[in-house]
Design a binder for this molecule. Sequence first.
Ligand SMILES: *Cc1c(COP(=O)(O)O)cnc(C)c1O
Length: 490
Amino acid sequence: MTEQKKKFPLSPTTHESLKKMMDEASRKDARWQDGKTFSLVFYPGEEAAQVQEEAYLRFFFENGLNPSTFPSLRRFETEVVAISADLLHGDGNVVGNMTSGGTESILCAIRAAKEFALEKHGLAQSPDRERLPFLPEMIVPLSAHPAFDKAANYFGIKLHHAPLRNDFRVDVEAVKNLINENTILIVGSAPAYPHGVVDPIEELGQLALEKELPLHVDACVGGYILPFVDQLGYPIPKFDFRVPGVTSMSMDLHKYGYVTKGASVVLYRNSDLRKKQYFIYMGWPGGIYASPSIAGSRSGGVIASAWAMLHFMGNEGYLKMAKAVMEAADKIQQRVEKIDGIHIVGKPDACVLAIGADKLDIYGIGDELSIKGWHIDRQQNPASLHFTISYGNTPHIDTFLEDLETAVRKMRKLSFHKISSRLTVGLVRRASKILSPRAMSRITSKFGKQKKKGLPKRSAAMYGMMAVLPNKGDLNEIIRNMLDGLNRMD
Ligand SMILES: *Cc1c(COP(=O)(O)O)cnc(C)c1O
């Protein structure tokens, strides 16, 4: 494939033209304003959005890199961290930092756990720290976010996926059996993204104490909603700093905090742990370089927006949004249980849930919903559709449920499309048995290219195909090419 090239613009483009070009560019973007995206966008309503936008613009050019230059940002960040720690029942010792998102919060916590372990082994200052005498390992639930796999990959840590119980919560006994002398961290999610269930954090906490290991609780999606769902009277198991043994937590402001993207918080039980997250380099001719998180320069806008949003809403405001969201989630659950052929996967603890099907083609149902403009994630093992219900979705739940019922009815009548997608999957399955791996990869890479300009409207065949591919290596390559294609000029 030849790379297409776009030249650096020689002459300026007018503001007016840029606005037109942006309108044109976003013509096919998801219509999140109509409440049709589940996850990706968390919209708190016009007034709260405006408060954040103004805060952002007010600190648009400021940099959160050096806290002594902008005391305002330092103050905002420490307050955001302190009040977030309070929400998760941290005492006065709980400290943390703002980061760019859940992934960075998780990377920070794992970096801290690794440094903690090295220190325990007397290796932290060792000149040999690049050639450790042992390979650090961590144990995360199979349902944990891939950010943990990413961290393991980045930091040279061996990762064990602990299996889930029948209720999709991690099997603590299995976690226990995976612990060995190289283990540096165990993990639980509150809730885990795929099925919206909270892992048995109290049991994990017991285990962590017993084995003297750190325990990270990933509350990226739950951190700013579970406390309010709890206040509303729903039964939420203890998942935060109330649980002995929990040493660090991640919680995303840019999810149920309804803050603009690029905002999350990582928290530690005490500042000894947090210090392990920091990076300091003394030898640079440019001066002593000290950086708390992974980012260097940081937008002042995001920090100010987060601070403004938390104060603008307060407990009362977030509680109101959580109430609307839980009413919507309850409505979806109740209706889905009444629709023949589909069901809620497991028993979600709050408003993140998955819908599966027994005999119907659930991806086909997803395709029908996509055609109506809904943006829904597809999951595997078991096949299901994923929903993160947030405030922006709440006025549109009835429309969604109508569309869902229509989609299910359509799938029940074995439509031509379904037969054809079955045929495709069947053909690939048979072909995979007789063709050489190279020939298979040629076929599948063709498939990868077809997806270059975003996913096709009907993707059931693709997902079915991925499930039958004989060799996951092929799949890895297809996806690598697809990502590469997405980041390239059309
Ligand atoms: C979203 C999410 C993350 C990662 O957060 P990003 O902000 O996308 O980096 C991690 N864990 C869970 C449970 C999540 O839902």
